[in-house]
Design a protein around this ligand. Structure first.
Ligand code: TYD
Length: 200
């Protein structure tokens, strides 16, 4: 069977990192995350998430894409080529949701940056852990990063953007109700992976 590429997406504090790590261990996939996942990407991550970085929106979009280009080149493509699955915590759709839908850059331009960055490598399945914004704010930790500091309307645009993408691309996306208990979210995620990708 061809190695599978799975992306987890969702707003802040949706619980997707826990699920992504769990699934990676279960299916013996390489786990990675964005922004980051490579030495260059992790350096970009510290600039991108630092609340005091004076980043122009277009710089932010380019650095997200740069981190992604490095990750695909260094880790995702070689891993898939050697036949091992990859699970990533965030991918292209995070840029569309945050820099596009929420911050207002044209969606087609943000998409083009990632198409260039990834040489059109798209996930076999994108799993959206969906959570109402009010709930994600309640779950959030004490020191907010640059994106967590944004206002509630910003996070609502992120969520609506994700839901729209999931509906438009329903063959490659699945929406999981993130308000359920961690155990039930895990069951729903595993069921979706089994149904859509025929993985055990
Ligand atoms: P992270 O600490 O990984 O948060 P989370 O646990 O919510 O994934 O922070 C990543 C932040 O970067 C998150 O707020 C979303 C944002 N982001 C973008 O704005 N665009 C992107 O392309 C990516 C990958 C992340």
């Amino acid at each position: 069977m061809k190695a599978k590429f799975i992306a987890f997406e969702g707003g802040d504090a949706s619980g997707k990192t826990t699920q992504a790590e769990r699934v990676a261990a279960k299916i013996n996939a390489v786990f990675t995350r964005e922004p980051g996942g490579t030495p260059v990407g992790e350096s970009l991550r510290s600039i991108l998430l630092n609340p005091i970085s004076p980043l122009a929106l277009r710089t932010e979009a380019l650095l997200m894409a740069a981190s992604r280009a490095q990750l695909v080149h260094e880790l995702i493509s070689p891993t898939l080529t050697k036949g091992q699955h990859v699970v990533t915590d965030r991918y292209i759709s995070s840029s569309l949701a945050y820099q596009g839908y929420a911050s207002g850059l044209p969606i087609d331009e943000v998409l083009y940056l990632s198409v260039f960055a990834t040489k059109e490598l798209t996930p076999d399945l994108t799993i959206l852990i969906d959570l109402p914004v009010e709930e994600s704010i309640k779950r959030r930790g004490k020191s907010p990063d640059r994106f967590e500091e944004e206002n509630i309307d910003f996070h609502k645009r992120v969520r609506d953007g994700y839901l729209e993408m999931a509906q438009i691309n329903s063959d490659e996306w699945v929406i999981i109700d993130g308000t359920k208990s961690q155990e039930n979210v895990a069951k729903d995620v595993d069921q979706a992976i089994h149904d859509r990708l025929q993985l055990p």
